[in-house]
Design a protein around this ligand. Sequence first.
Ligand code: MGD
Ligand code: MGD
Ligand code: SF4
Ligand code: MO
Length: 693
Amino acid sequence: MSDATAVPTHCPYCALQCGMSLRPTGAPEAPAEVVERADFPVNRGALCGKGRTAPSVLSSRVRLTGPLVRSPDTGALVPASWEEALAAVADGLRRTRADHGPDAVGVFGGGGLTNEKAYSLGKFARVVLGTSQIDYNGRFCMSSAAAAHQRAFGLDRGLPFPLEDVPRTGCVILVGSNLAETMPPALRYLTELKENGGKLIVVDPRRTRTAEQADLHLAPRPGTDLALALGLLHLVVAEGRVDEEFVRERTTGWEEARAGVMSHWPEQVERITGVSVPSLREAVALFCDAGSGMVLTARGPEQQSKGTDTVGAWINLCLATGRAGRPLSGYGCLTGQGNGQGGREHGQKADQLPGYRKLDDPAARAHVAGVWGVDPESLPGPGRSAYELLDALGGDVKALLLMGSNPVVSAPRAAHVEGRLRSLDFLAVADVVLSETAALADVVLPVTQWAEETGTMTNLEGRVLLRRRALDPPAGVRSDLEVLHGLAGLLGHGKGFPADPEEVFEELRRASAGGPADYSGIDYRRVEEEGGVFWPCPEPGHPGTPRLFLERFATADGRARFVPVTHRAAAEETDAEYPVVLTTGRVVSQYQSGAQTRRVDELNAAAPGPFVELHPRLAERIGVAEGERITVVSRRGRAVAPARITASIRPDTVFMPFHWAGEGRANTLVNPALDPVSRMPEFKVCAVRLERA
Ligand SMILES: Nc1nc2c(c(=O)[nH]1)N[C@H]1C(S)=C(S)[C@@H](COP(=O)(O)OP(=O)(O)OC[C@H]3O[C@@H](n4cnc5c(=O)[nH]c(N)nc54)[C@H](O)[C@@H]3O)O[C@H]1N2
Ligand SMILES: Nc1nc2c(c(=O)[nH]1)N[C@H]1C(S)=C(S)[C@@H](COP(=O)(O)OP(=O)(O)OC[C@H]3O[C@@H](n4cnc5c(=O)[nH]c(N)nc54)[C@H](O)[C@@H]3O)O[C@H]1N2
Ligand code: SF4
Ligand SMILES: [Mo]
């Protein structure tokens, strides 16, 4: 039901950015009520349990309501005024900079931040702090797909087409996405695909709720997607299914890529992946006979130390079969965080300036420095990637300002990262709740939430949306933009950091003009009236670009580039001491580090804590029964959680969700081996041993 008194806005969580409306209730436990909003096309009113219950995190019972400063006497966090707290942060950052230079001050951002916040945070780091040491949690999310997109297509927009195209294609290969749990309202697109006669292939080591929908489920050993994609491409070549005309007209580099593929024989691919040769053949037939097709990847194949090459191999499959740059065909990445797309475009990434410009490109530096009114020479160069930055804390990076992430729970090798955070001279955290990371800070700044502030988000389709303020924030909190405005002022930059989001967006438009992610034709009024605008949108009259690459790819010559890749092992393979593969991921009722969703009773009832999912045969071998506690040991550390026994997982693999802190923290175990191109850590594969706890 729609309701004229409710304010239309969007969910605080994932990249689907479901539309919903909010009506203030005045009730302390949930100050707003969610009202269905059927007019937003992506979810047409449907919401998952996280979206439906999001207003309970607005309650003062679970959130931060005033700044906290660590007492020099007791070492405890104690309430402070905003003036004291901001002065303490400005002091901490200024002192570190004076003693050790600008690069001793780090900044860590998040893909859940609005475009305006991500833009301001990047500008704050480069202009106010003068540091190169900024990166963000999106590095842990879709960075491998982004790098592969850039390499092949010259542009990174997660989906080059709107989701509404998915049901109308002939065949979808969904690789390492459990969207039935991670974007439930999007499952409709796959259901409609099948109703239309299209085929669905799901690639996942587990028979997930998503895999259950598939016409064909391939369950490779974690970390072998690269071999799998190459094996499929080998068969495409061997069976004479290459779209020679498309390859000739629209691509470069095929000969070299083809040569790499030929050594990946189906029998050898079966040995590496565990996927049988007949299944490989069936997948090729389903994909190639359909006439049009899409490959969609998510974190499964991407969060590997070869994630960029793996995505590259899936893109090569699309290019060789002519499933790209044509209507209803193409490769896409299902980005994860609320602003996972926009958050990677406007400068909180280590090597980046707004508009998806490169920090080491002199023309980009000159343009952005012009908008910022600074000397291009004054802009620092590229810094470290997220894990490398966290690993450097307490070394040459001695102070950190963190906004929108909870790395104590979500970073790989988390116990080490926690130690690095503790070793800092100064840590400031802006958050809505006292997260595990905020609890380590010297100063905690309580900020407003989605429903209490306005800003733009760019969803997984590249659709720029307006998330509107629907209710007043509690008295003791300020917005992230007000925080940056206040700090900039204290650090000598009274101008250039407005607290008003629309003012920031107007500057972002100019900064992005002419860049790959061009927002210059988008403004708040348009987004409001049109319900969203797809970038690139280079001028005010431009309709936006829902579909990319139909005429040409974004490379200099307009052709897509095949990238020659060959299979390689995971950074850590199993051995006699650590004989089992650990993979990690999500459950439907918790979000990310759980900082927000672990504060919602209904979600905790549905997903109360961590678990280790394992096959009955493996459970029998180590002698554990359902619900019994298991210790999982890796070279990084140990974690303990109850066993959840199911035949839906490969017998050589265990799965843990990463939403919890404490003894069941999955990331205590995870290997921080990085992809050489994207610097993505290997969240999806490491070697472990199981013991009865
Ligand atoms: N409920 C919920 N929804 C969310 C989130 C959340 O935390 N909770 N987070 C949001 C964010 S930021 C993101 S990035 C997305 C992530 O969305 P997804 O990528 O769908 O989520 P994951 O559970 O991390 O991984 C997906 C699947 O990859 C499989 N997998 C593991 N290893 C491999 C492998 O080696 N190869 C292949 N092919 N598959 C493998 C896992 O079994 C899992 O089912 O979800 C978004 N939505
Ligand atoms: N083992 C394992 N680890 C993983 C993954 C995996 O699959 N396996 N996935 C990785 C992925 S894809 C991701 S995206 C990361 C995410 O992991 P995190 O970066 O930890 O993400 P969140 O838990 O969403 O943390 C966001 C924090 O910011 C706060 N917050 C929310 N909105 C705002 C805001 O507007 N302003 C401010 N200042 N704070 C805000 C929240 O309360 C929360 O504390 O985890 C990664 N870690
Ligand atoms: S699917 Fe994502 S955006 Fe939609 S309600 Fe759930 S968490 Fe929110
Ligand atoms: Mo993510």
